[in-house]
Design a protein around this ligand. Sequence first.
Ligand SMILES: NC(=O)c1ccc[n+]([C@@H]2O[C@H](COP(=O)([O-])OP(=O)(O)OC[C@H]3O[C@@H](n4cnc5c(N)ncnc54)[C@H](O)[C@@H]3O)[C@@H](O)[C@H]2O)c1
Length: 437
Amino acid sequence: MNHKEILINKICNKTAIVGVIGLGYVGLPFAVEKGKVGYKVLGVEQNPKRTQMINQGKNYILDVKDDELQKLVEEGLLTAQTDFSSVPDMDVIVICVPTPLTKNLTPDLNYVESVTRSIASYLRRGQLVTLESTTYPGTTEEVMLPILEDSGLKVEKDFYLAHSPERVDPGNKRYTTKNTNKVVGGVGPESLAVAVTFYRQTIENVVPVSCAKAAELSKVFENTFRAVNIALVNELTLLCDRMCLDVWEVLDAAFTKPFGIMPFYPGPGVGGHCIPLDPHYLEWKAKELNFNTHFIALAGEINRKMPEFVRDKAIRILNHSGIASSKARILILGIAYKKDIEDERESPAIEIIKLLKQEGADITYHDPFIPSFNEHGIQMDSTPLTEETLAAADLIIIATDHSSIDYQWVVDNSRRVFDTRNATRGITRGREKITLL
Ligand SMILES: NC(=O)c1ccc[n+]([C@@H]2O[C@H](COP(=O)([O-])OP(=O)(O)OC[C@H]3O[C@@H](n4cnc5c(N)ncnc54)[C@H](O)[C@@H]3O)[C@@H](O)[C@H]2O)c1
């Protein structure tokens, strides 16, 4: 048997050892999924607090079930370490590290390059390396492949390399890793065959594409599609504000059309690790080809304006009650970038806090998922949500529509509510206190 056949055999009979590099929102659920079907999983995670927690069977990611992680650790199917010395023991190496942007909105591939170099120094024949991180088309072949081949091994002959973008939607109970179709592109046919076999072991529907670049572009397009459509409804929101129309009513009416339209909703801005960042990866790559991605630039511009619109509308609401923003006490309800998750990265709520603090307002926040945060130079602790804290605020701004909050109770106990998510949709009492986005 050649390297490929041996590896495919190991993958199919579950004796392959799976390495997961980066155990965050993507990597840890992925590691647990693989462990659950019987693979031994070796994690590499640079944060020692995280490796320590995993090795003690303790969970830190909401989408992972505590008992499932604990069981895998007890059975010896999941361990984690901070260094790469276990790479030679791995048959499949899955990279799930961050792909942020620099301050100038250009791709920062430092994490991907650094882990690829560490893997290359331990690479052996018969391994599959796959990249799950979202990135621009060309990363796997143009950035990772040369680093891996510096080891002296040849792709397609000695080792295999593929890209399979992660699509996990944190907090989504209906679509998990298992039942979300998975796109896979190899740098060649051998790599594709091994990678497809690997992903088919745990995912119901694997979608092979002709090359790694196609897989990379498909993922960035998906996030661009969301960014553009969110920008479209956000722009409509700005127009409705000028026309004194309720954008939520307009959208509800439009979405009754049973074909040719798809619901997207406005909000205080876009957040998270994906939608605000990933389209700029494509925008940057397109520039290399002297091509301008107009939709991406425009969507980014509109979506980034939304926190300023929220600030301005909040000031208007306060002015109408004769309260100067510099004297106002404002409670921000929800910091997470979307509902029912514990992730505040790139959250527009934090930008809104920053802007309102610049106006001199006294800001507190409450988020049941985020007891404290320290982002963009702002450090704050969540304040308890009580009748007293609600009554003490001149304005409540609902920035995230967490499901566990009783919004009728919030409205009952508040003086004014600015609802940027239409969380108060079903509320009947006290509607006169509510202003929608
Ligand atoms: N979070 C999502 O919803 C989501 C969804 C789809 C795709 N993605 C993409 O997946 C990738 C990972 O995102 P995430 O949300 O899991 O990020 P994350 O920050 O939650 O996790 C990344 C982990 O990698 C670790 N890490 C960083 N450098 C390392 C190194 N040199 N060695 C070992 N570990 C290292 C970090 O400590 C962290 O624990 C990104 O490209 C992201 O765009 C994320």
